[in-house]
Design a protein around this ligand. Sequence first.
Ligand code: HEC
Length: 159
Amino acid sequence: MKRLALLGTIFVSVPLLAVAMTTHSVAYPEGYRSWTHVKSMVIHPDHGLADPFEGIHHVYANDSALAGLRSNTYEDGAVLVFDLLSQVPGGGATQEGERKFIGVMEYDAERFAATGGWGFEAFAGNSTVERAVNDGGASCFACHQGAKEDNYVFSKYRD
Ligand code: HEC
C-alpha cells in the first residue's frame, strides 16, 4: 500500500515537472555581470520605446553568444542579457539607478523553434525567479523580427 502511494506521487509529479519546464524554460543567467559587455544605450522618456525601456541598459553576451555576434551564427547555449537600470540625472551627469528588469535571450534551435530559436524571458528588478514574460516570448519576438537578418539580435559587437 505504501509502495502504491509512492508510485502515485511519482506519476503525479512527473507531468507537473514537465509542464513547469516547458513554461519556464529560459534559465536565469547566473553570473552574467562577469560576461562580455557588448554595448550600452540610454533611452530617454521621449523615446518611442520608453515604456518599458526608459533608462540605461547594458547588453552582455556569454562566450557562445559572443562567438555568435562575430559570426552571425548561434549555437545552442548562447545567451544575451539586456540589463535595464533606471537613470538618475543630476549634477551635470546621469548615474545608474535601480535595476528595472533584465531581458534574456537563450538560444536553442529546437526548444525555441517557434520564436526563431531564441527563448525570451524577463526577470523583474533584482529577482532571479520573478518572471515577466507570459506569452511564450511572442511579443518580444515580434519586435525582434526587425533584426531578422542578424538572427533576431539587434546589438553589434564593437572592438
Ligand atoms: C518594441 C521592440 C522590442 C521589444 C518588444 C523587445 N525588444 Fe529586446 N531589444 C530591442 C532593441 C531595439 C534592442 C537593441 C538595444 C540596443 O541596441 O542597445 C533589443 C535588445 C535586446 C537584447 C540584447 C540582444 C539584442 O538583440 O540586441 C535582449 C536580450 C532583449 N532585447 C530581450 C528582449 C526580451 C526578453 C523581450 C520581451 C520581454 C524584448 N527584448 C522585447 C527591441 C525590443
